[in-house]
Design a protein around this ligand. Structure first.
Ligand SMILES: Nc1nc2c(ncn2[C@@H]2O[C@H](COP(=O)(O)OP(=O)(O)OP(=O)(O)O)[C@@H](O)[C@H]2O)c(=O)[nH]1
Ligand SMILES: [Mg+2]
Length: 381
C-alpha cells in the first residue's frame, strides 16, 4: 500500500517523510527543495496480539518491538504543489502521476501561516486557504485524467457497444475507481467536469491534513480553526525527526507516536533543552508529535483498514515453519474470513472450508473479521 505526502512548497513534507522513514532526504527552508520524489518505507503501529495471547512472536512481513507491531507502508514525498499547478505554475502537476496508485494522501500544511501556498513568506497568510487550494489542485489533476479517459471511452463505446460507465471504470481502474463509483459520480455531474473529479477524489484519494509546525505559537493559534476540518491532526515533523534521531543514537528511549520519552544517554545542555522544548510545547500539549498518529489515522480511520493475523496452526499461533504470528494483513473493515482466504492465495480461497479462532471455535465463511483477529483457515486437503 502507498500513501502520498503532498502539500505546498516548504510546508515540511520531506521532514515529515524523513521522520517516518529516517531516509536521507534534502530538507531546506526554501520552496522546491524536492524535485524528484522520495520513496520510502514507513510503519503503522498496532498492539500486537502476542501481548494478549502471552506468546513470543516471530514476525516475517512486519516487526514487533515491546508488544507493538510495526506494519510496513510505502510512502512517497513529492514536490510542492502551488496554486495554478494544473496550468503549469511552479513545477506543474505532472509529478502527481507518481501518486496514481496511492490509497490516500497526507496533506502536510504549514499551520503557522508563515509561508503562503507558494511557500513564500506572506504576513497574515491564513493556512485554512491552503486546504482549499490543495483540494482544488488535486481535483484538477483528476479532472485531466478523467477527461482523457472519458474521450477515449466515448470512442470505444461507439465500436464496442459497451456501457460508458464500464469503459470509463476500466480506464480509471489504476486510480482505484470502480464502475459503481463512476455511476455514483455520474448521477451528480458530467464526467469531464470538476465536480465529477471532486467526487472521484473523495473516493480514491481521501486526504488527511497534518497541521504541521505545531511547535510554533502561530500554528497553535491557527489550529483552533484548522481543527474544524475533518481529519486534521496537529503535527510537528521537526520534533518527531529530532526524537527519532536521538533514539537512533541511543540518547533517548522513544516509541514512535508515544506521549513520552526517557533520556538514556548523556546529553549536552543544548540537546537537553531542545528535547524539553518538544516535551513541553508539543507532546504535553497535543499528546504526541502527531506524525505517527497521522499515518495510523490515515490507514485505520480514513482508509478503514484492520489488521488480521492468519496462522496455519491455531494451537501454536504459528505458520507451518513454526513462526509465531508471522504475517499481518491489512484488510478493509467488513472483510469476511473467506475473502481473507482469497486475499492470501486463490488456492486457499478455492479450497476454503472454514476457520478456527484462538478459543478453537469454528468460524464460517461469512464471519466478519475484527481488528487484531488471529485465525486459522481450514482448507480441503
Ligand atoms: N518549526 C518547524 N519547522 C519545520 C517543521 N517541519 C519542517 N520544518 C521546516 O520547514 C522547512 C521546509 O521543510 P521541508 O521538509 O524541506 O519542506 P517541503 O515541504 O519538503 O519543501 P519542498 O520540497 O521545497 O516543497 C525546513 O526549514 C524545515 O526545517 C516543524 O514541524 N516545525
Ligand atoms: Mg521536500
Amino acid at each position: 500500500m502507498l500513501v502520498g505526502i503532498v502539500g505546498c512548497p516548504n510546508s515540511g513534507k520531506s521532514t515529515f517523510f524523513k521522520a517516518l522513514t529516517l531516509a536521507e532526504v534534502e530538507i531546506a527552508n526554501y520552496p522546491f527543495t524536492t524535485i524528484q520524489p522520495n520513496q520510502g518505507m514507513a510503519f503503522v503501529t498496532k498492539e500486537c496480539p502476542c501481548k494478549k495471547l502471552h506468546v513470543k512472536c516471530s514476525p516475517k512481513n512486519s516487526k514487533c518491538e515491546d508488544g507493538i507491531r510495526y506494519i510496513p507502508i510505502r510512502v512517497l514525498d513529492v514536490a510542492g504543489l502551488v496554486p495554478g499547478a494544473h496550468e503549469g505554475k511552479g513545477l506543474g502537476n505532472q509529478f502527481l502521476n507518481d501518486l496514481t496508485q496511492a490509497s490516500g494522501l497526507i496533506h502536510v500544511l504549514d499551520a503557522s501561516g508563515k509561508t503562503n501556498a507558494e511557500g513564500k513568506p506572506e504576513p497574515g497568510w491564513d493556512p485554512e486557504k491552503t486546504i482549499e487550494i490543495l483540494e482544488s489542485e488535486i481535483d484538477e489533476w483528476i479532472k485531466d485524467i478523467a477527461s482523457k479517459a472519458f474521450n477515449k471511452s466515448k470512442t470505444i463505446a461507439k465500436t464496442q457497444k459497451k456501457p460508458i460507465e464500464r469503459l470509463l471504470a476500466d480506464q480509471l481502474s489504476g486510480l482505484g475507481i470502480t464502475e459503481d463509483h463512476i455511476k455514483k459520480a455520474m448521477k451528480e455531474s458530467e464526467p469531464d467536469s470538476l465536480e465529477f473529479a471532486s467526487v472521484l477524489r473523495k473516493i480514491s484519494k481521501p486526504i488527511l491534513t497534518a497541521a504541521n509546525k505545531i511547535d510554533l505559537p502561530e500554528a497553535q493559534e491557527n489550529f483552533h480553526s484548522l481543527k474544524q476540518h475533518a481529519h486534521t491532526i496537529p503535527c510537528s515533523a521537526d520534533s518527531e525527526l529530532a526524537l527519532k534521531e536521538a533514539a537512533k543514537h541511543g540518547l533517548i528511549k522513544y516509541i514512535p507516536g508515544s506521549h513520552d520519552f526517557d533520556i538514556t544517554g548523556s546529553l549536552s545542555e543544548k540537546q537537553k533543552s531542545a528535547l524539553e522544548f518538544i516535551r513541553r510545547n508539543v507532546i504535553e500539549k497535543y499528546g504526541s508529535t502527531g506524525v505517527q498518529l497521522a499515518l495510523n489515522k490515515m490507514v485505520f480511520d480514513v482508509l478503514n483498514l484492520i489488521a488480521v493475523y492468519p496462522v496455519a496452526d491455531i494451537n501454536k499461533f504459528s505458520d507451518s515453519h513454526g513462526y509465531v504470528l508471522p504475517d499481518v494483513h491489512l484488510v478493509q473493515k467488513g472483510t469476511t474470513l473467506k475473502e481473507l482466504a482469497y486475499k492470501i492465495h486463490s488456492d486457499i480461497g478455492d479450497n476454503f472450508i472454514g476457520g478456527l479462532n484462538p478459543e478453537r471455535k469454528k468460524i464460517g465463511a461469512e464471519h466478519e473479521l475484527k481488528d487484531g483477529d488471529v485465525v486459522e483457515i481450514l482448507v480441503k486437503r
